[in-house]
Design a binder for this molecule. Structure first.
Ligand SMILES: [Zn+2]
Length: 142
């Protein structure tokens, strides 16, 4: 996380608190114009702080998405193993079985995408995600 965002939010809260304290302690000794200026300054600090907190929230959501993606990848990595030109699910006895997964998508994007029979050539399989084309003979359903 970018620590400057948190520092910025904390600084904004401190400034807003300081301004509110000045207004509270001044009671009626502040001139009306000065009071308006202090309140406007307070509002600016609160708006800046709100923006910093939104940035932090967005950053945390992005981090959560990255963590979920990595967890999914780790889970997928244990479930799939390469056989010939594709990846397959690993059974409890260690053998591989089922329909083939795209090699490119698994190795590059860390996702499991099943290969589909090509509409143009029945001897070819195609990935619906990345359009990789592989020989059906090298990627049989097991
Ligand atoms: Zn693919």
């Amino acid at each position: 996380m970018d620590i400057t965002l948190i520092t910025s939010a904390l600084s904004g809260i401190k400034s807003a608190t300081d301004i509110a304290k000045i207004i509270k302690e001044a009671d009626f000794s502040l001139e009306k114009a000065e009071l308006k200026f202090k309140i406007a300054d307070l509002m600016d600090k609160l708006i800046e702080t709100k923006a910093a907190i939104f940035d932090i929230q967005e950053l945390l959501l992005n981090k959560d998405a990255q963590i979920k993606k990595l967890e999914d990848h780790m889970s997928m990595r244990d479930k799939l193993r390469r056989h010939l030109d594709a990846y397959y699910e690993v059974n409890s006895d260690g053998s591989v079985a089922g329909p083939p997964f795209c090699t490119r998508c698994f190795e590059v994007d860390r996702t499991g995408v099943h290969l589909l029979r090509s509409a143009k050539d029945k001897n070819l399989l195609q990935c619906p995600q990345c359009n990789t084309v592989l020989s059906a003979n090298r990627c049989p359903s097991l």
